[in-house]
Design a protein around this ligand. Structure first.
Ligand code: PRP
Ligand code: HPA
Length: 173
């Protein structure tokens, strides 16, 4: 039987709040075959493309992005929640359902003209990814693509990123 990435992802009801169906990718990461399929499928559209760095969004984007970077033989750059990176950073705020969050990147992590692939586990409203794109672009890098395991299409993230002129690659909905 051929298995799909989606078959390895578990949905947990009422986490972190009542009424939320949380897509839990730890079961995908824990399965050797599932993890390999996910990494292979995440990078497949970029075969032959020039990618200088993979940028991962905290926290599950670090696990996926690290493996994708290794496979592409590129460096890896983390985008972290405010206050976690030790060096000089640039910051980008974005809207949450209630309030605001801030993500940061080291100000010397990307060089002007570098071509980057952004990786995360899940695209919901797109706020996190759009903030990540903005950080990369503020450092002069070119975002070649944004790759996710899961796209929740009803939440509008794909529309937002495509409206900003970026290609979205997702393995399942
Ligand atoms: C989740 C997910 C994405 C983001 C997607 O991370 O891993 O990074 O939310 O949501 P958005 O498209 O609406 O921005 P979360 O903020 O829960 O952080 P964590 O990975 O550090 O737990
Ligand atoms: N899983 C992980 N992160 C998320 C989710 C989810 O279902 N929804 C919004 N961010």
């Amino acid at each position: 039987m051929s298995l799909n990435v989606k078959d390895y992802i578990r949905t947990i009801a009422d986490f972190p709040h009542e009424g939320i169906l949380f897509r839990d990718v730890t079961t995908l990461f824990a399965d050797a075959r599932g993890f390999r399929i996910a990494i292979d499928q995440l990078l497949a559209p970029y075969a032959g493309a020039r990618i200088d760095k993979v940028v991962g969004l905290e926290a599950r984007g670090f696990i996926l992005g690290g493996a994708v970077a290794h496979q592409l033989s590129t460096g890896f750059v983390p985008i972290r929640k405010k206050g976690k990176l030790p060096g000089a950073v640039i910051s980008q705020a974005y809207q949450l359902e209630y309030g605001e969050a801030v993500v940061e990147v080291h100000d010397d992590a990307l060089k002007p003209g570098e071509r980057v692939l952004i990786v995360d586990d899940l695209l919901a409203t797109g706020g996190t990814a759009a903030a990540g794109i903005s950080l990369c672009e503020r450092l002069g890098a070119k975002v070649v693509g944004c790759a996710f395991v899961i796209d929740l299409p009803d939440l509008g993230g794909r529309r937002l990123l495509e409206g900003l002129g970026h290609e979205v690659h997702a393995l399942c909905a």
